[in-house]
Design a protein around this ligand. Structure first.
Ligand code: ZN
Length: 165
């Protein structure tokens, strides 16, 4: 396993559409293992292959039980409800935004060996599914955000909230 470099929004590759995975071979397994190590190292909740410069439809999401879910060729098949919340991205360091997402999301995907499965979750994990799958079509959360903040702005707002409370 190896930690790969996470590319940032200045890199035009992030705007490209990723291609379906067709070979469930050793190369894919190495990519997924490297992505897991990279994601843990970066303390993130999700990572798409394109974020390490590989234009393949593969993403990882860490659920609330701290398990890594590998999603190959993922498609959202059901989404309902709504949540408002703060979202960030390892490819957009230091910036967070208010993004509306569905509260519940069901995803159909393949595992690393090509077997189809479905996974359903809510809250932050549902948010993560949406965020990561959008990366595969070249989209960043910033495009959907109704407001963007820097870390400094968020810290300042938190301090002010604290004083009031
Ligand atoms: Zn992201």
């Amino acid at each position: 396993m190896a930690i790969r470099t996470i590319i940032t929004e200045e890199d035009a590759v992030l705007k490209k559409t990723s291609h379906p995975v067709t070979k469930f071979d050793h190369k894919l397994h190495v990519l997924l293992d490297d992505m897991a190590e990279t994601l843990r190292d970066a303390n993130g909740l999700g990572l798409a292959a394109v974020q390490v410069g590989i234009l393949r439809r593969a993403v990882l999401v860490i659920n609330e039980a701290d398990e890594i879910i590998e999603l190959v060729n993922p498609v959202i098949v059901e989404a309902y409800g709504q949540q408002d919340g703060l979202e960030g991205c390892l490819s957009v360091p230091g910036i967070y935004g208010d993004v509306k997402r569905p509260m519940h999301v069901k995803v159909r995907a393949q595992d690393r060996d090509g077997n189809f499965f479905e996974v359903e979750d809510e809250g932050i994990t549902a948010r993560c599914f949406c965020h990561e799958i959008e990366h595969l079509d070249g989209h960043l959360f910033k495009e959907r955000a109704t407001a963007l903040y820097t870390v400094e702005e968020l810290e300042k707002a938190e301090e002010e909230d604290g004083e009031e409370g």
